[in-house]
Design a protein around this ligand. Structure first.
Ligand SMILES: *[C@@H]1O[C@H](CO)[C@@H](O)[C@H](O)[C@H]1NC(C)=O
Ligand SMILES: *[C@@H]1O[C@H](CO)[C@@H](O)[C@H](O)[C@H]1NC(C)=O
Ligand SMILES: *[C@@H]1O[C@H](CO)[C@@H](O)[C@H](O)[C@H]1NC(C)=O
Ligand SMILES: *[C@@H]1O[C@H](CO)[C@@H](O)[C@H](O)[C@H]1NC(C)=O
Ligand SMILES: *[C@@H]1O[C@H](CO)[C@@H](O)[C@H](O)[C@H]1NC(C)=O
Ligand SMILES: *[C@@H]1O[C@H](CO)[C@@H](O)[C@H](O)[C@H]1NC(C)=O
Length: 380
């Protein structure tokens, strides 16, 4: 479902060496694959979503902000904001704002489609239609406040605020849109763990609790999306860990129109890598031990000594051998084992092709060795 639209933009090659591996260290090693991209019929045929919204967002007056807060059922935090930030924290907050701008675009488009009864988005039950709309109106406003909140902290510390890009969404019906929402929300839930870890260790620990409040909020959303998909609301005891470069890569590979981001976002593109796209070719993956097929777009002839790493819940990354490598017209397909039953790999699994076979002690180490990824696998 994911990975059908790919765009990779790497503006400049500035590496800020003070950043830990998870937040850009991977860029400091040459990565010949960062610009690989494939365009699917979905993304290619779509009119991109552009800002500003009708209300002016991302630029809002005080009166408009108040309207957003009423729709969001709450306000931006009204306490003092930091006036200084570690460079790592700046990248983290810029990535959060970058992701939230996409989410605002997605939920605005979804709301519009349901409201307009676009084919594929018609909800016959009046009661359900009203409830979905009421829910998504709140979500859209809440994501707007997440964006404005992250940018507000950046502004308070004298740092560049993120501006939205143009976006496409690789879905054309309600069910797929909700499935996509639960998948990218799972990635966010994993990435905010990385954000908390960064703030806790780089001198900006005062932001850890704020991020905790957003993790719970996104988790509430995801329980609803999962329920709509007839899945139990809570997927796992411990949600899957991600890392900044995986989230940034997925956003750019799947949703952001290549080259559409304004100069305000250049520092983020310089700080984080965009990996080559990794497509999970096996569909409807069941919770059992099995062999999965993946593909990448690359002319590199020998990937058999790379590894396929699987990240699920809070467990040690699983390293699998790459087998059955076939290359045809710039597309390389290969197989790797997925021990879904052995490790009870429900929920999100992040797959990555890495240069080394590890072993990896944590997820940031996987990101630092990644060449292609993330491949996003959802089970149950
Ligand atoms: C919002 O305002 C900023 C600063 O004035 C401007 O650069 C940006 O283009 C505006 N964004 C939109 C989408 O109008
Ligand atoms: C809204 O509908 C259009 C037309 O089918 C589609 O291209 C777009 O992806 C939809 N947006 C969402 C968020 O589902
Ligand atoms: C969409 O369909 C609902 C009934 O399901 C109807 O009440 C509403 O007026 C329609 N809206 C538009 C814009 O066609
Ligand atoms: C910024 O955080 C890094 C760790 O990520 C740390 O080494 C550095 O000392 C911090 N800088 C300041 C000014 O606190
Ligand atoms: C995306 O942008 C980069 C840099 O501007 C360019 O090299 C690449 O060809 C573009 N890819 C697509 C698919 O447009
Ligand atoms: C894979 O093996 C070939 C041949 O031994 C070697 O040249 C190449 O550097 C290896 N690549 C990696 C990623 O280890």
């Amino acid at each position: 479902m994911m990975k059908s639209f790919t765009s990779a933009v790497l503006l400049g090659a500035v590496v800020v060496s003070a950043y830990p591996a998870a937040w850009g260290g991977a860029l400091s090693t040459p990565n010949a694959h960062h610009a690989s991209s494939t365009l699917s019929s979905y993304g290619a045929g779509q009119t991109p979503f552009t800002f500003p919204l009708a209300i002016g967002f991302p630029n809002v007056s005080d009166a408009t902000l108040r309207d957003i807060e009423e729709q969001a059922h709450g306000t931006l935090p009204n306490g003092a904001l930091p006036t200084e930030l570690n460079a790592t924290s700046v990248t983290v907050l810029q990535l959060i704002a970058f992701n939230e701008a996409f989410e605002v675009a997605f939920f605005t488009s979804l709301l519009q489609n349901i409201t307009d009864n676009v084919s594929g988005y018609q909800i016959d039950s009046h009661v359900l239609r009203e409830f979905v709309l009421e829910t998504l109106i709140a979500v859209q406003a809440q994501e707007e406040l997440h964006f404005l909140g992250a940018n507000g902290i950046l502004a308070s510390a004298g740092q560049t605020q993120i501006q939205p890009c143009e976006y496409v969404f690789p879905v054309d019906n309600f069910d797929d849109a909700i499935n996509l929402a639960r998948t990218f929300t799972d990635v966010v839930l994993g990435t905010l763990q990385d954000a908390q870890n960064a703030f806790a260790t780089d001198g900006d620990a005062e932001l850890v609790a704020l991020i905790g409040s957003v993790i719970g909020q996104e988790g509430e959303q995801n329980g609803y999306y999962r329920s709509l998909l007839n899945l139990i609301p809570s997927s796992n005891p411990f949600l899957t860990r991600s890392a900044g470069p995986f989230a940034f890569s997925a956003l750019n590979q799947d949703f952001v129109v290549n080259g559409s981001c304004p100069p305000a976002d250049n520092a983020l593109f310089a700080a984080l890598p965009i990996f080559g796209a990794l497509t999970v070719d096996t569909k409807n993956i069941e919770p059992k031990d099995q062999t999965l097929t993946f593909s990448i777009s690359s002319h590199a002839s020998d990937i058999s000594n790379y590894s396929l790493v699987l990240i699920n819940q809070q467990n040690l990354p699983i390293v699998e051998k790459i087998t059955n490598v076939k290359s045809s017209y710039g597309i390389i397909t290969f197989d790797a084992e997925f021990p879904g039953a052995t490790f009870i790999m429900d929920g999100l699994t992040i797959a990555a092709v890495t240069k080394s076979a590890g072993p990896f002690a944590d997820v940031p180490s996987v990101a630092a060795a990644t060449v292609f990824g993330p491949g996003l696998i959802e089970v149950n």
